[in-house]
Design a protein around this ligand. Structure first.
Ligand code: HEC
Length: 100
C-alpha cells in the first residue's frame, strides 16, 4: 500500500494521469504464481493442491485462504510473504483461470 501511494505520488509529480492503473500493473501475478505457488498448484491440473481453475469461486474464501492459509494442510499463510495488493492480484488471477 505504501509503495502504491509513493508510486502514485511520483507519477503525479511527473504529471502522469493513469497512476493507479500503472501502479497495479507493477504486480505480476503470473510471476508470483511461478515463484511461490507452482510447486503445489497448476492452473489446470490437480497437484499437491487444487488447480487454480477448480478452486472455490468465492473471492472472500480465496482471499482468506491465501492470507491466513488453511490449518492442517500444506497451504500456508502468505500474509508475511505477499502484500495485500499482491494477494488481491492472486485472487483475480485465479478468477481469470476460472473464466470469470
Ligand atoms: C506447499 C504447497 C502449496 C503452496 C506453495 C501453495 N499452496 Fe495453495 N493450497 C495447497 C493445498 C494442499 C491446498 C488445499 C487445502 C485444503 O485441503 O483445503 C491449497 C489451497 C489453496 C486455495 C484454496 C482453494 C479453494 O478452492 O478453497 C487457494 C486460494 C490457494 N491454495 C492459493 C495459493 C496461492 C495463490 C499460492 C501461491 C502464493 C499457493 N496457494 C501456494 C498447497 C499449496
Amino acid at each position: 500500500m505504501k509503495k502504491i501511494i509513493l508510486t502514485s505520488m511520483a507519477l503525479a509529480f511527473l504529471g502522469m494521469t493513469s497512476s493507479a492503473a500503472m501502479a497495479s500493473d507493477d504486480i505480476n501475478a503470473k510471476k508470483i504464481f511461478s515463484k511461490k505457488c507452482k510447486m503445489c498448484h497448476s492452473l489446470t491440473k490437480k497437484k499437491v493442491g487444487p488447480a487454480f481453475k477448480d478452486m472455490n469461486k468465492d473471492s472472500s474464501i480465496l482471499l482468506s485462504t491465501i492470507t491466513d492459509g488453511r490449518k492442517g494442510t500444506m497451504m500456508k499463510s502468505y500474509k508475511k510473504k505477499l502484500s495485500s495488493d499482491e494477494i488481491a492480484a492472486m485472487v483475480s488471477f485465479i478468477q481469470v483461470q476460472q473464466g470469470s
